[in-house]
Design a protein around this ligand. Structure first.
Ligand SMILES: Cc1cc2nc3c(=O)[nH]c(=O)nc-3n(C[C@H](O)[C@H](O)[C@H](O)COP(=O)(O)OP(=O)(O)OC[C@H]3O[C@@H](n4cnc5c(N)ncnc54)[C@H](O)[C@@H]3O)c2cc1C
Ligand code: FES
Ligand code: FES
Length: 471
């Protein structure tokens, strides 16, 4: 299969296997050695590059990790490596790194530069917090981070002056980007889109689960690139329902303004999921099919009682997400079926939602235990609840018994204590690297209380809870 894309300033037409990872193509076919091979698991960010996607007449850039990106996913896109930035002078991103002594051995530095360049290209206004968040997927073994943080802060001050009427022109004038960036949109338009017919090969979303540790095994197999579907990335609002294409990425959900309206803390919750480049790549369908017991998006959407739309050869069936899992890493997806859409009812006015996640590190870590609650009340009586929990069962858990117990009851501390006991009795955590069975059980109890402390501060306070537990 011919894969065509622009790498820096060069049009590439290659017949290399679509399962070859971009990192290997860049380094070993194109001999561009600035992109480093570190962990090959999406963790270190040494292999970060820019991915530009044509949207109308503009190209939207984001950071991705090339070690988990199969070549088949870059067809029709613009990929930029460190060599694709200025050759004759340092860009302002590079200058701030030099001026702050934010590089030592230099192995991680191209990755940091690409993440910060992606941030410079982002449509939203820059600030210090966002600039530092942009390097959430980059690890440095040498500098101790303070100098990198200072470089990010200096960059953010420069970006405050960006001309929002012509951001690309400004970035080129200021030497963030070379001149050839002006014509990329026109050049991408000339590459014929590859609208793959559904139905053959292993489905690939962003590749952030599939290509971890298994990249070699996927090199030559038949793959079905789901992101090639032209209309695969829509988030639509129909009356009181939200319908998402299965291939929407974590970043797309996080940045959707209407969803932010319905879930005001959405950005905070999703910042706890992986890192910026992984969120830019990982899809909702991938998270659901991976079926990890701690899958964050699944926990989020279970509490919204989401429905999946499955498709095979034009036949469509629907299934509730809470009915989808049958055991550890097993689901009701049949052979040849794909997830096409996910839909859920938007929270009603008298509903409140909360998501909690505890992991060993606050950022760039998978959960020890996570949980979400959607609750609808009338005069403090719980009329409807959906409660999910990860890390406490063989698959993402929907707490049926606890929900049954809660519905119809008035929110008070005694009810919550009794509900927490029901919850403890219906879960089945196991001891593993993320904590002992007892620890996870206790953690979920605390997260369950945390939902109510967060959502109903007038009814449930930490002090009153502690007092009652002690009595
Ligand atoms: C460094 C790192 C950090 C991470 N941190 C987190 C985290 O904090 N929380 C978390 O929940 N996850 C985390 N993940 C896991 C991963 O990023 C997510 O699960 C992501 O949503 C997977 O999506 P994907 O599109 O990349 O999946 P892929 O790897 O493309 O696919 C995963 C599975 O889904 C199947 N699939 C994909 N699309 C479809 C479809 N439409 N229909 C049927 N099957 C399909 C594939 O065949 C495969 O079996 C992390 C991963 C990495 C590498
Ligand atoms: S090599 Fe570490 S993220 Fe790609
Ligand atoms: S400068 Fe050595 S790893 Fe960052």
């Amino acid at each position: 299969m011919m894969i065509s894309f622009i790498l820096n300033n060069q049009l590439i037409n290659t017949e290399q296997p679509s399962g070859m990872v971009l990192l290997d193509f860049i380094r070993y076919e194109m001999h561009l050695m600035g992109t480093k091979a570190g962990c090959r698991e999406g963790d270190c960010g040494a292999c970060t590059v820019l991915e530009g996607v044509l949207e109308g007449d503009e190209v939207r850039y984001k950071s991705i990790v090339s070690c988990l990106t199969p070549l088949g996913n870059v067809h029709g896109k613009h990929i930029v490596t460190i060599e694709g930035l200025q050759k004759d002078q340092l860009s302002p991103v590079q200058q701030t790194i030099v001026q702050n002594a934010a590089t030592q051995c230099g192995f991680c530095t191209p990755g940091f530069v690409m993440s910060l360049t992606a941030h410079s290209l982002a449509p939203e206004a820059s600030d210090k917090e966002k600039t530092i968040a942009a390097i959430s997927g980059n690890i440095c073994r040498c500098t101790g981070y303070k100098s990198i943080e200072h470089a990010a802060e200096d960059l953010s001050s420069i970006l405050e002056k960006k001309d929002n009427n012509d951001p690309l022109g400004w970035l080129i004038e200021q030497a963030f980007l070379p001149e050839y960036f002006r014509n990329i949109a026109e050049r991408l338009k000339k590459i014929k889109p590859r609208n793959v017919a559904p139905g053959t090969g292993i489905p690939v979303g962003g590749g952030t689960d599939l290509f971890v540790q298994k990249a070699a095994a996927l090199h030559d197999v038949d793959l079905q690139f789901m992101s090639a579907y032209e209309k695969g990335h829509r988030i639509e609002f129909l009356d009181k329902t939200c319908v998402m294409d299965a291939e929407v990425t974590t970043s797309q959900i996080m940045q959707n303004e209407l969803l932010q309206h319905y879930f005001p803390r959405l950005k905070e919750y999703f910042k706890l999921i992986s890192s910026e480049p992984i969120r830019n790549m990982g899809t909702l369908a991938g998270n659901i099919i991976n079926a990890s017991p701690i899958a964050d998006l699944v926990i989020f959407f279970l509490a919204l009682d989401a429905q999946l739309q499955l498709e095979r050869n034009g036949n469509i069936r629907k299934i509730a997400l809470r009915e989808f899992y049958t055991g550890y890493k097993t689901t009701r997806l049949e052979k040849g079926e794909i997830i096409e859409k996910i839909e859920f009812l938007l929270p009603a006015e008298n509903a409140a939602f909360n998501f909690e996640k505890v992991s060993k590190r606050q950022h760039l870590d998978i959960a020890s235990v996570n949980s979400a609650l959607l609750i609808r009340t009338e005069k403090n009586i719980i009329v409807q609840a959906h409660l999910s929990a990860g890390g406490v069962f063989a698959f993402p858990f929907y707490a049926r018994e606890t929900i049954k117990f809660l519905e119809g009851k008035e929110i008070d501390i005694q009810v919550l204590l009794e509900a927490a006991t029901v919850l403890q009795n219906e879960i089945a955590p196991i001891s593993d690297i993320r904590g002992s069975k007892a620890y996870k059980s206790l953690l979920l109890r605390q997260l369950f209380f945390a939902h109510f402390v967060e959502l109903f501060p007038n009814l449930i306070s930490i002090d009153s809870l502690l007092e009652k537990i002690a009595s």
